[in-house]
Ligand binder design. Structure first.
Ligand code: SF4
Length: 505
């Protein structure tokens, strides 16, 4: 992420193109939306700001789900106010869920903001910026419904080897802890032909991995009346030549059907990994959350998935301390977690999100009780993750090399990659062996296992590289950007629409 320095007034507009930076907060949907914003800005002549320089435009893509999201936004906006005052022509835009929720409050609290745009108005961003400049007046556009499906907008992808494709936006569920339905609206499904055309375009562009994205992928098709539309879509992705890895997020247990399990098991390029939010193991809490499945159904789905894909890695989201959660309820969560054998879990401490039904529920659980339960849950999940990872020891795996290396990469000189089931592996390249590029595929054995990642220090004989189209595309992208790097989407991806306090993985 580019960090602005108040003292830094140098601008990179020497080539006359306006420079921009997008700062992203929140879930994968927001990360993907930020790619659209970047693509849209670049197709309108903006260029990414260079590291350390001041952009002409800062776009905040906000999240209303994170705790203190509004304080953080106003803090950031406050820091930009003097920079903007000193730099005529600089613009600030605020979009995303918080913009949709707070609407005109943003312009009242931070009148130096130029544009406020809602989750349904991404396509209007360049016009709104232009209009704000021309009229010398802040512009706000916050539609309640979608007019242009976001995926029809140009995209600038974070990495050439991998891409996100929206299959739907919005959600028809009403989980009481979640603000997504009120901010993103009812589910809107994209036509399968449009989705597949976008997947094909990504593949043509060098991607070998695609993640299908929706708040609730299992209900895909509800709008055009096809209950099996999602499994058909997975199978259709299997027909796309050159597409090696297909993933999706997130399914909802209540709507998870056997045809999806069959499609996953029978389509070779659909990866054996499933992220399925549990949220709570207590049936009473699930009822209060308005999650219409029960723990038995959840465990039944895992059983069926493992029957068809014995090596599938299953991950989840869990909220601890939902209003009214008793020790017995929490013990139910511990039981289901023990039985589920998740390879990893995003665990959250419940905290009030204004605007959600749960915010005003009685029997909010005291913070110290939530903390104590959270620690017991994470200790259990860490043990299970370590045990599950230990089962990988000695296995030979294929990794897709990623651009980001681990925190200790500088000392260890290890690179990083993801297995087919999404496990993170840090690996060393044997002396004299071929260095892979991000997007290339390497095959090697797992030599060490921890709770959160695996390690591989292979011998030259145990190590091989398969150069891929994605690696070639990476090389081309690096050459195009003259090695300056192009990443503009900041803030790590987190899960879709859930409280993020105490996030662990
Ligand atoms: S948690 Fe997921 S399924 Fe529930 S309302 Fe939010 S987006 Fe929809």
């Amino acid at each position: 992420m580019v960090t602005l320095n108040v003292a830094e007034t140098k601008t990179s507009s020497t080539e006359n193109a306006r420079t921009y930076e997008v700062r992203t907060f929140g879930c994968q949907m927001n990360v993907h939306d930020s790619e659209r914003m970047s693509g849209l800005l670049e197709s309108n002549g903006y260029v990414p700001v260079k590291e350390g320089e001041r952009p002409d435009l800062v776009v905040f893509n906000t999240c209303a789900v994170r705790e203190n999201a509004d304080n953080k936004l106003y803090g950031n906006l406050g820091m930009l106010a003097p920079i903007k005052r000193e730099n005529e022509g600089m613009q600030i835009a605020v979009g995303g869920c918080l913009a949709q929720k707070d609407q005109d409050t943003i312009l009242k609290k931070a009148p130096w903001v130029d544009v406020v745009f809602g989750t349904h108005n991404i396509g209007s961003l360049p016009t709104l910026l232009e209009r704000a400049r021309h009229n010398d007046e802040a512009q706000a556009e916050l539609l309640e419904s979608l007019e242009v499906f976001p995926s029809t907008l140009p995209t600038k992808r974070d990495h050439v080897y991998s891409g996100w494709v929206s299959i739907s936006v919005g959600c028809n569920n009403t989980c009481t802890f979640c603000i997504v339905p009120s901010l993103r609206g009812k589910e809107k499904d994209r036509r399968p032909g449009d989705i597949l055309a976008e997947v094909q375009a990504l593949v043509d562009d060098g991607a070998i991995e695609v993640t299908l994205l929706g708040q609730n992928v299992n209900s895909y098709g509800v709008e055009f009346g096809d209950r099996q539309a999602f499994s058909k879509l997975l199978r259709a992705c299997g027909e796309i030549e050159g597409l090696e890895r297909v993933r999706f997020t997130s399914p909802h247990p209540a709507m998870f059907t056997d045809d999806v399990i069959d499609a996953m098991a029978e389509t070779p390029n659909v990866m054996p990994v499933l992220h399925m939010p549990l949220q709570s193991g207590s049936d009473k809490v699930l009822k209060d959350m308005k999650r219409s499945y029960r723990s038995k159904k959840f465990l039944g789905i895992l059983e069926k998935v493992r029957e068809k894909m014995p090596d599938a890695a299953i991950t989840t989201d869990i909220i601890v301390g939902f209003p009214g959660e008793t020790e017995e309820d929490f013990q139910e969560t511990m039981r289901v977690v023990e039985e589920s054998r998740f390879s990893s879990a995003f665990t959250f401490q419940y905290s009030i999100r204004p605007g959600t039904p749960a915010a005003t529920m009685d029997h909010q659980v005291p913070k110290d009780v939530v903390q104590e339960r959270y620690e017991r849950l994470t200790a259990l999940q860490d043990r299970i993750a370590a045990e599950e990872n230990a089962k990988q020891l000695g296995k030979t795996v294929e990794l897709m090399v990623v651009a980001e290396s681990g925190r200790k990469a500088e000392q260890t000189h290890r690179l990083s990659g993801r297995t087919r089931d999404m496990r993170l592996v840090h690996f060393s390249v044997p002396e004299g062996a071929e260095q892979p590029r991000p997007g290339d595929l390497v095959t090697l054995p797992i030599t060490e296992a921890g709770s959160f990642h695996l390690l591989s220090d292979p011998t030259a004989e145990q190590y091989s590289v398969r150069r891929s189209r994605a690696g070639d595309a990476w090389d081309r992208a690096q050459a195009d950007s003259c090695g300056t790097g192009t990443t503009q989407v900041s803030g790590g991806p987190v899960n879709l629409g859930f409280p993020t306090i105490g996030l662990r993985k």
